[in-house]
Design a protein around this ligand. Sequence first.
Ligand code: C2E
Ligand code: CA
Ligand code: CA
Length: 528
Amino acid sequence: MTYLRLPSPYRLIQLLFLILLTVMGLSILWEFELEAWVMRGLGLPYDGIFEDGERLRFVLTSTGFSLIAMIGPGVMLIKMISNARRNYLQLEGLQSHTEKLARYDSLSGLLNRRAFMELVNEQLAQLEPVIVMLIDLDYFKAVNDQRGHATGDAVLIEVAKRLEEIAIKYGCIASRLGGDEFCVVFTSRREERELGLIAADVISRIGAPMLEKLRPFRQGATVGISRSWVDATETSALLHCADVAMYRGKVTGRSTYHFYETEHGLQYQAQIDEDAALKQAVELNEIVPFYQPIVALPSQEVVGFEILARWLKPDGSTGMPADFIPALERLGLIPMMTQSLVKQACNAARDWDDHLHLSLNVSAAMITDELFPDRFLEQLRHEQFPFDRFEVEITEEALVGNIEAAERNLNRLHAHGITVALDDFGTGYSGLYHLTRLSIDKIKIDRSFFEIGKTDHRPMVEAILGMARSLNMKVTAEGIEDFHSPSLPSWLASNGCNYAQGYHYGRPQAHVSRSVAGVPDSTVLSRV
Ligand code: C2E
Ligand code: CA
Ligand code: CA
């Protein structure tokens, strides 16, 4: 839409001045030439003996009156035009702003989904080639949840900036399709090899450390690529192909790129169905706690249970954590599942003897989530379950992502009497660093230390036990099985190991028998 071009007030003054000059010119012409000529032409008498002075007075009088007559309407006209101009300018500003809003994403400044669709539509309508490179940030929900929305926005802006650099470098167009989904579009054919290199560059640029103020931080991204001359000739179908290819990367390892392949479509549908089933499983509490006993050494009395998730599927089979925990993590459903497990476990354990504690596995995303401790404490309060009968188990890998947040959260739980155990100890990163910095009460020696093989791990176990003693921490030995030598528990006890867990004492099971739950002197659980 373009508006009528109005003259500026300055132009109007110029115009008035011109009118005045014209009046003056005409009156001079009239007085000195035309009047006599017209009178003669009309055959009327004309007395041409005026003095020049008189003639000039007439010129001045007529020009002066014209000027006076023009002042009022002139001022009004100037005012009206100024107002109209101001309104037009405002309207024009508004128009260009709305046009911008309609085409550009307000946060990142990149083209938005609408403009992206228009661009691809136009290209495809002219039978021109289009390549869609869809970019989805990895675990972006966790960034928002754990670091707050301001940091989330800063990450999106930084990613947009990096994609603009990519656009300049490779001659493509960057856009933000919504949320944490970006896209670059190429409007000319490129070789598959070249596209692979560009996609790798996109991933590595987005993955480069973010600004100082975002704290040391790397953002992963997964890329899906579709090409109009191979995959689809219609905009939404082409975008869908890129989405399917991107999803392939999400389920097979992230921070990678994939070209669309026909079989991805089938896998995509299967994955969508599986994800929906899993979501429903959490909502319907099909994921239930199993309980594995932990015994004290040397007495071998049961002192508590580790909660281990099992999916009781509608077809009667039982899903194991290794099969569904990664998918739940991808879907951001771990907190919901954990909340449901805690509720079910508190209900089950309420009647147990009150010396029995419960151990809960807490994922990386949860232990660094600043809202986790309050939500968890609130839930225990609601369930009226004593804090000091609960323990959280965390792995070292879970700590490395954001050690400051983990430290704060663990301190907070600790201050409320919840004990903290470091899980799978010996398999992760720098154990000593975490042990001294964080509120950790207990370490669980990973079961690989008790595997029977060529290496004798006992010296290592002895060293870990010695270290735990000097740091005043308790130790649980995991994975104690029947095939281990019968003397293992007493060897562990004599070296200062406080607790043991493993199939030898009991497998994870759906229910804890009343005798074990209610009788403090029971030793070993009935096997399932
Ligand atoms: P984890 O925390 O190290 O749990 C111990 C795992 O070792 C359990 O496997 C348990 O069944 C198994 N296990 C116990 N004793 C023995 C033994 O004597 N021999 C052998 N070979 N295995 C033994 P599970 O239940 O399959 O759990 C696997 C992992 O899944 C857990 O490892 C934990 O990291 C994760 N997981 C389980 N439940 C949850 C949960 O509710 N939340 C989260 N975030 N993770 C969970
Ligand atoms: Ca555990
Ligand atoms: Ca473990």
